[in-house]
Ligand binder design. Structure first.
Ligand SMILES: C[S@@+](CC[C@H](N)C(=O)[O-])C[C@H]1O[C@@H](n2cnc3c(N)ncnc32)[C@H](O)[C@@H]1O
Length: 281
């Protein structure tokens, strides 16, 4: 039998065990054609621990009680935390201009909970907070913004609130000047925005934590994370959101992501210039 790109070949059993363990715990999917990429990302960590093989690293992640630091490092190495302010804004304009008025229609005093569920270094929840502040929603309604990610390092940077260069590539200058102050070569975000956000370290594959975080939440942004998941993991996460969140509940995913044929809980609806997955009951 010959080998091809989708067959990893012999002698790679440990790498496959490691790949499958990462998939099981995080939903991050590296198929056989991406096994070299996967191992390439972890190789510096395996070497830094003084291990000769992926098998030692697998044992550390799977069985070692003190393996949490190793998990944090592995997740940081394997995840893509690319993000920026004012990304895919049609959805966030629609939140401010259309969804919040809908949610307040029947009860203007209700609390509206919004969750950015794969927030990376925080640009997405900060964009939501800036946009809502521009419409003075924080003076007019009881709004809570939560943000979480599986990467602890990304969250540490988010909470520090200092951003450089490409994070600003889409943010209009007047908003950069309004909400940021120079900090050396970078910029630090206004406490009035940072203070609007509650942070949490949540793995989307841990159904218990997701259920707790999604309870009473009306709007979830989970954008540009499902592209790294397979359909099965995406389905599990989306259905956990759906079972826990409020009715009506609104879920925004990235422009490159689709939940068609993934879930029956949501209907795809047009909202201004954006699309949203809505749970009606
Ligand atoms: C490309 S960023 C998306 C950031 C932001 N939502 C956006 O659209 O700009 C993808 C994020 O998903 C996070 N992620 C990947 N797997 C995850 C998981 N199992 N649980 C929670 N977050 C995860 C990564 O750590 C990374 O920060």
């Amino acid at each position: 039998m010959g080998f091809n790109a989708s067959s990893p070949g012999p002698f790679r059993g440990a790498e496959i065990l490691l790949r499958d363990l990462v998939y099981e715990r995080t939903g991050l999917m590296f198929d056989n054609s991406k096994l070299d990429l996967f191992i390439g990302k972890l190789a510096p960590l395996i070497k830094a621990r003084g291990f000769d093989s992926a098998l030692d690293y697998f044992y550390l992640l799977k069985y070692d009680a003190g393996g949490q630091d190793a998990w944090n490092d592995a997740i940081d190495a394997l995840t893509v935390q690319e993000t920026y302010f004012w990304r895919e804004m049609d959805q966030i304009h629609a939140l401010s201009e259309i969804l919040i008025p809908i949610l307040l229609r029947d009860d203007p005093t209700r609390k509206i909970k919004i969750w950015s569920a794969a927030c990376a270094t925080g640009e997405e929840p900060a964009t939501i907070a800036m946009r809502l502040n521009e419409d003075a929603w924080f003076d007019r309604a009881d709004i809570e913004i939560r943000a979480s990610d599986v990467s602890k390092a990304a969250l540490d940077r988010a909470q520090e609130g200092t951003y450089c260069g490409r994070a600003f590539r889409a943010l209009p200058d007047h908003l950069k000047n309004k909400y940021f102050r120079p900090a050396g070569k970078c910029w630090s975000i206004s406490p009035s925005i940072l203070g609007r956000i509650e942070w949490g370290n949540i793995n989307l594959l841990e159904a218990g934590s997701v259920t707790e975080a999604a309870e009473h939440v009306s709007v979830i942004f989970c954008r540009n994370a499902f592209i790294y998941f397979d359909t099965e993991s995406t389905r599990n996460v989306v259905n956990t959101f759906a079972r826990a969140m409020s009715v009506p509940g609104y879920l925004f995913v990235g422009a490159a992501e689709s939940l068609m044929r993934v879930t029956d809980y949501f209907e795809l609806e047009e909202l201004g210039n954006a699309f949203v997955y809505t749970k009606h009951r």
